[in-house]
Design a protein around this ligand. Sequence first.
Ligand code: PAF
Length: 296
Amino acid sequence: MRSRTGGDPAAALVPDRDALEHLLSRAAAPGRTAVVMTMGALHEGHATLVRAARERVGREGFVVVTVFVNPLQFGAGEDLDRYPRTLEADLRLAGDAGADAVFAPSAEEVYPGGAPQVRVAAGPMGDRYEGASRPGHFDGVCTVVAKLLHLTRPDVAFFGEKDAQQLAVVRRMATDLNFPVEIVGVPTVREPDGLALSSRNRYLSPEERTSALALSRALHAGRDAAARGPRAVREAAAAVLAQAASASPPVDLDYLALIDPAGFTEAGDGHTGEAVLAVAARVGTTRLIDNVRIAL
Ligand code: PAF
């Protein structure tokens, strides 16, 4: 499908469902449509997802990036209104990374009847950790992901491991509700100093950014303690975060958790095998999340 030949490196902007439908009807060879769902403000982490998608479906495949800031997944007082919108730059970044098209619908296009009455419930997995801090967040994510899967009809969908709980919930939704799509997780991309890439990093002042490095430092300290077991992992990470709580500006911890990725439940002190060490904290007005995978 790669019809863009030199010239304009930006991916084609697809503003509505009709245009998307038209494109999909003449798109890729069977089995070779990939989607990367985003809320825009794309960065190198998203580019990595797009490159993974392109690599997977090949030159003849079709890679669509969705850009939609989904109001349903933001709670009252969250950053919906100030969420960065950078569509022109997004088209270029997506195109450079290998996307064919960027589907960037309006809220009316996605929710033509207004806020949907029927929604997808994320269930207990969506009530813990991020879900406990952001009630309803994963119902909003599942609802829009389900809709975007219907609209883009991909064979494979790529999500970042940085949003580990989102990835777990979306995987579970695809399994439980028989979505005919393969969900692929892509490792987190970090700055050289360890900060996980996030569209929200642009909110950080230089001082806040320095304080925010405690998140990845804590996770790496936890991972370094893996040979001594789950309790040591938690303690090593918690010690870094305790220090960061009195930094200037401080890191205000929301949660630090060692998680069994199977059901996204707390990993007990006897847990062995894979685990996810996850952290959420606020620095200034910015809420950040990060995680690493640990072999115990
Ligand atoms: O990870 C995100 O950017 C969003 O939660 C997603 C998956 C695009 C749904 O709005």
